[in-house]
Design a protein around this ligand. Structure first.
Ligand SMILES: *Cc1c(COP(=O)(O)O)cnc(C)c1O
Length: 430
């Protein structure tokens, strides 16, 4: 199957990267449940280890089922290559790993998945890395935060949990001028709603756990490279531009051009960090991706209906969904994610923290879980769960203030979702 860019999204989400299995003709991509691959002979083995020939060695590095998923996601994002890994959080470390080093920093948005704020503000310090958090609605603040040790700029296209939309064009103008890569977490938008590379992003990361798989069955992640960043334009990215001691002195950018980042991520990132996606997980995500556009259309349609109903309800103070004309981010939908603002948003319940906690206990159809992007509708009170580790100031800056409840709108009948919220709000605010 040719992955010609002239093919439409609905076609590519089913066909990109896949073909009938050459060994058996199996039409669906087989789950290659194998650790190792037989070498033809000693020369073949040597060529594979020297990256002179592309092929399979060991499933910590590459696996045929995972490879189909990598090509599928790279194609849908319009990237040069992709590497799948064990989770969305693994993908974030994998994206930063070739760029960072002790003393280096990443400039990141205050509006991020709660776990990412913790990963960036605490855990990466163990590697000698650090993060500076700024408001990405203010590109001048992003510019001001960049210093000589900055190696990347990080944000979400549609940001968790409030569904805010980042002006990727304005941010990439700043990173272009600074000669830095822009990393965009596209988990909430998926490539169906937003293509960050069209807005100047360098790398895209995904939690495949969410909409890409779509039904809460997998933990997985992916890093996609646009293939367009010039790693050799400065001496700031020696792991890609200079002889890499961890791979017998290979100069990845010189040797592999637009595939430098992808090969580095496999040959060093997966080899030494070992955050590998398993073939069974890749299979489930491939199944999910086949219906991505259909699901995203329904997620958006339902989110608009539920958010509009909530906004008109007297028990609700406000709704943060960018798909509503009242949102300050509504204008960005047209330019950044023209097919819709996604399926995730928060709303403020009159009655604050206590009413929110009662509400999550009162719903019957919505599931009270720490996940999003499922076919089923989900609810969570971020301040007491996913954003619990943050200070109240960080919670509010991240869009997870104590009076807010987050909804991940599924693909059920919208009127059933509204009826459930109606009865739950009645009990929570009684
Ligand atoms: C869930 C999520 C992550 C982390 O992904 P995991 O697969 O849970 O590790 C990162 N970013 C966003 C936006 C997420 O929603």
């Amino acid at each position: 199957m040719s992955d010609s860019p002239s093919l439409g999204f609905d076609t590519l989400q089913i066909h990109a990267g896949a073909q009938p299995d050459p060994a058996t003709g199996a039409r669906q991509t087989p789950i290659y449940q194998t650790t190792a691959y037989a070498f033809r002979d000693a020369d073949h083995a040597a060529a594979l280890f020297n990256l002179e020939e592309v092929g399979y060695i060991y499933s910590r590095l590459t696996n045929p089922t995972v490879a189909v998923l990598q090509e599928r996601i790279a194609t849908l994002e319009g990237g040069a290559g992709a590497v799948c890994c064990s989770s969305g959080h693994a993908a974030q470390i994998m994206a930063l790993f070739p760029l960072m080093g002790p003393g280096r920093n990443v400039v990141a948005s205050t509006r991020l998945y709660g776990g990412t704020i913790t990963q960036f503000s605490q855990t990466i310090k163990r590697f000698g890395w650090s993060a500076k958090f700024v408001d990405f609605d203010d590109p001048e603040a992003v510019k001001a935060a960049i210093d000589e040790d900055t190696r990347a700029v990080f944000c979400e296209s549609i940001a968790n949990p409030g569904g805010y939309i980042t002006d990727l064009d304005a941010i990439s103008a700043v990173t272009d001028a600074a000669g830095l890569p822009l990393i965009v977490d596209n988990t909430l938008a998926t490539p169906y709603l937003c293509r960050p590379f069209d807005h100047g992003a360098t790398l895209v990361v995904h939690s495949a756990t969410k909409y890409l798989t779509g039904n809460g069955t997998v933990t997985g992640g992916c890093v996609v490279d646009s293939g367009k960043f010039d790693w050799s334009a400065s001496d700031r990215f020696p792991s890609l531009s200079a002889p890499e001691p961890a791979y017998h002195g290979l100069k990845f950018h010189e040797a592999l051009g637009p595939m430098a980042f992808t090969f580095h991520s496999i040959a060093i990132g997966l080899r030494d960090l070992g955050m590998t996606m398993n073939p069974q997980g890749a299979h489930y995500t491939l199944m999910g991706i086949e219906t991505l556009s259909l699901r995203m259309q329904r997620h958006v349609e339902n989110a608009v209906k539920v958010a509009s109903w909530l906004e008109a309800d007297p028990r609700v103070e406000f709704v943060t969904y960018a798909g509503l004309p009242s949102s300050p981010y509504h204008d960005r939908v047209k330019s950044i994610c023209p097919k819709g603002a996604g399926g995730l948003f928060t709303f403020a319940v009159k009655g604050g923290y206590d009413a929110c906690v009662k509400l999550v206990d009162a719903v019957e159809l919505f599931s009270h879980v720490a996940n999003l992007g499922d076919t089923r509708s989900l609810i969570i009170h971020s301040a007491s769960t996913t954003h619990r580790q943050l200070t109240p100031e960080q919670q509010t800056a991240a869009g997870a203030a104590p009076n807010l409840v987050r909804l991940s709108i599924g693909i059920e009948d919208a009127h059933d979702l509204i009826a459930d919220l109606d009865q739950a709000l009645a009990r929570a605010t009684a």
